[in-house]
Design a protein. Structure first.
Length: 375
């Protein structure tokens, strides 16, 4: 800010010196009221430049500004230019100091847009929906006591069971008359008596006295009474029927017991999310980002130069009408029909000069040539 203020102060001082030099150089006797009007326009433009215009590129110095003219050189250049008088002036012509736009050179500069950094790419965990059986109630066991069951019924009670009785039967004898041979049957010779037959005679026919008879003597027996077995001794089996009695009694139908009852587990099918893969991170190096920007480097600062202008000395209403028509054709209608250098004309000319980056400060010949009006 101090440099800017100093620059503006020097510029104003130099402009004042230039105006004084121009007034001294002009011939006071030949100077008409029209030239005074030109000087007033010049003074107005200069004062306007001091109030409105600020030096460009007033920001902080950046890389590459060493190509621009330093402030000291700019001031020296302004001093040299303001100290000069209009070159080769001619009688009857008017000159005015006009602002000549600064000259810039467009250069490309690589600037850091985004510093190198690191970012992390997070891969979220992956899940899948599955159906899962969840145990709601585990398998349990409960015990139920079942009491004994009885019933009254008639029961046949065996007082004496059916059985066999063994009876011993003794041997039975019977008397049997038996005889035993005491002397067996035999044949004996016994003397006989009786008639004698011829055959019994002796050989000479004489009887004999010995008669022998072969007598069969029967056997002799002794009779006795013998007890023989009529029936052998034996054991007789006798079936003894059971002795029974019908009585009423309470009979156990089913004994008391503890019944184990298993109650199965209960499950419920629900949808759950199962982890397929865990979340992971990935480090990614992000390179620095650069951008090539175009910027303008000041080669020559805005200066004030002498240029020929039309003024009341050398301007005619016919020229003004042609200027008005040319401005209107170019889209800068001054919206006035008066062939005079009035405020609407001045504004239209300045707008045209600013639009086409021409030197501003009046009806310069540069402006007339650009708009196509030959004075």
């Amino acid at each position: 800010m101090r440099i800017r203020s100093f620059h503006l102060a020097i510029l104003a001082a130099l402009l004042s010196i230039g105006l004084l030099s121009a007034k001294t150089h002009a011939d006071g006797k030949q100077k008409t009221e029209d030239c005074k009007e030109c000087d007033q326009q010049t003074a107005g433009d200069v004062s306007g430049n001091q109030g409105d215009k600020k030096p460009k590129n007033s920001g902080d110095p950046k890389e590459g500004e060493n190509e621009a003219l330093p402030v000291k050189a700019q001031i020296e250049l302004l001093t040299n230019e303001l100290a000069q008088l209009p070159p080769n002036p001619k009688a009857g012509e008017c000159y005015i100091r006009v602002r000549q736009a600064a000259k810039y050179k467009t250069v490309e500069q690589k600037v850091l847009v985004k510093a190198a950094s690191v970012r992390y790419e997070i891969t979220p965990a992956k899940f899948k929906d599955v159906e899962k059986k969840v145990l709601v109630r585990p398998e349990t066991v409960r015990y139920q006591v079942v009491p004994a069951k009885y019933e009254t019924k008639k029961v046949t009670v065996v007082l004496s069971p059916e059985h066999e009785e063994l009876i011993a039967v003794e041997t039975k004898f019977e008397n049997k008359k038996s005889k035993i041979e005491t002397k067996p049957e035999r044949v004996e010779w016994k003397r006989g008596s009786g008639l004698i037959s011829k055959e019994d005679l002796t050989h000479d026919g004489q009887p004999t006295t010995d008669i022998l008879c072969l007598v069969r003597e029967p056997a002799e027996f002794h009779e006795y009474t013998e007890q023989v077995i009529a029936e052998k001794a034996k054991v007789e089996r006798k079936e003894i029927n059971a002795q029974e009695q019908v009585v009423e009694t309470t009979v156990l139908v089913s004994p008391a017991q503890v019944k184990e009852i298993k109650e199965p587990a209960e499950y419920k099918t629900i949808k759950v999310r199962e982890l397929v893969s865990s979340a992971s991170e990935k480090r990614v190096d992000v390179p620095a980002e650069y951008e090539t920007v175009k910027r303008q480097v000041l080669l020559h600062p805005e200066t004030l130069v002498w240029q020929r202008v039309l003024c009341n000395t050398n301007i005619t209403p016919e020229i003004l009408k042609r200027i008005q028509k040319a401005l209107k054709d170019k889209g800068f209608d001054p919206k006035t029909d008066k062939a005079t250098w009035n405020r609407p004309m001045q504004h239209a000319v300045e707008r045209y000069q600013h639009k086409h980056k021409l030197a501003t400060g009046g009806l310069t010949y540069e402006f007339l040539e650009h708009i196509g009006v030959n004075p």
